[in-house]
Design a protein around this ligand. Structure first.
Ligand SMILES: O=c1ccn([C@@H]2O[C@H](COP(=O)(O)O)[C@@H](O)[C@H]2O)c(=O)[nH]1
Length: 278
């Protein structure tokens, strides 16, 4: 599949048309139960494709969480392939949340799995973990650029356990800030923004990172179930708020299984975000 424009431009256009919301497609066992479904592949498929049907023509980005599909083995991965395909056909950009990171030679294979246009799991973007060294991600960052796709590199994650490692300060400066600076160097000169995004939790304290030179998108998970609020985004992100793609999963998905209710729940967050950005 040929994607035409670079990822930064495609994401900017999707956000301009639909507003800056990313909804996670996370088939948690607890949500399957709440929707009256079981813990089996047919239920997984029903849940995930219902979320896609409800939201793919409404939100800018859908973010399937691969772990919840992989938990069902190859049949679950087959469902994930359908989710990626149908979400993209429905008009959403698909950010596959896989958080991959490995030595460079293995990263080449991960890149092929998610960012090569011939792969059955090729998405518009993937999440990557830089904790084997930012440089080890080069094969994925390079292939994403070649194929019009994007990456979101974990810098400062939304979970409380991330702080000890990510806020550590070494001779070269802060660990998370070093990831921000490396991404900024890769995005330099891109217009309207580069294809190297970062993950910075919406739960993170204001002012921890200097994101001013990033020139790329910032995925901000943590809205709703993890305690972050739309109102808190301005304090957390300040001047880079227009680059932020807030993300939530459970807080929207808990309104299913009705597609109208799912759409309404996502619309509520989209409206709050529009008001925030006005
Ligand atoms: O720092 C991070 C990175 C990724 N995530 C993922 O986002 C969703 C959050 O789901 P909620 O139900 O809105 O809490 C989930 O898939 C995480 O793996 C994150 O939360 N924080």
């Amino acid at each position: 599949m040929t994607l035409g424009a670079p990822f930064g431009a495609r994401l900017a256009e999707a956000v301009r048309r639909r507003g800056p919301l990313c909804v996670g497609v996370d088939p948690h066992p607890s949500l399957l139960g709440a929707w009256g479904l079981g813990e089996d592949v047919a239920s997984l498929e029903r849940f995930a494709l219902t979320a896609v049907e409800a939201l793919a023509d409404q939100v800018a980005v859908l973010k399937p969480q691969a772990a919840f599909f992989e938990a069902y083995g190859s049949a679950g991965v087959a469902v994930l392939e359908r989710v990626v395909t149908e979400a993209r056909q429905g008009g959403a950009l698909v950010l596959l949340d896989v958080k991959r990171g490995d030595i460079g030679s293995t990263m080449t294979a991960y890149a092929k799995a998610y960012l090569d246009e011939h792969s059955p799991l090729a998405a518009d973007a993937v999440t990557l973990s830089p904790y084997l060294g930012y440089g080890s991600l080069a094969p994925a960052i390079g292939l994403a650029e070649q194929t019009g796709r994007g990456v979101f590199v974990l810098a400062r994650t939304s979970n409380p356990e991330g702080a000890g490692l990510q806020r550590a300060v070494t001779e070269g400066g802060g660990v998370a800030q070093s990831i921000v600076d490396a991404a900024a160097a890769g995005n330099a000169g891109a217009d309207p923004m580069g294809h190297i995004g970062l993950v910075v939790g919406a739960t993170v304290r204001a002012g921890e990172l200097d994101l001013s030179r990033l020139n790329g998108p910032i995925l901000a998970p943590g809205l709703g179930a993890q305690g972050a609020t739309v109102d808190g985004l301005r304090a957390t992100f300040g001047p880079v708020l227009p680059q932020v793609l807030p993300a939530t999963a459970r807080d929207v998905l808990r309104h299913g299984p009705g597609t109208a209710e799912l759409r309404k729940a996502a619309r509520r967050v989209q409206d709050q975000l529009t008001t925030l950005l006005d």
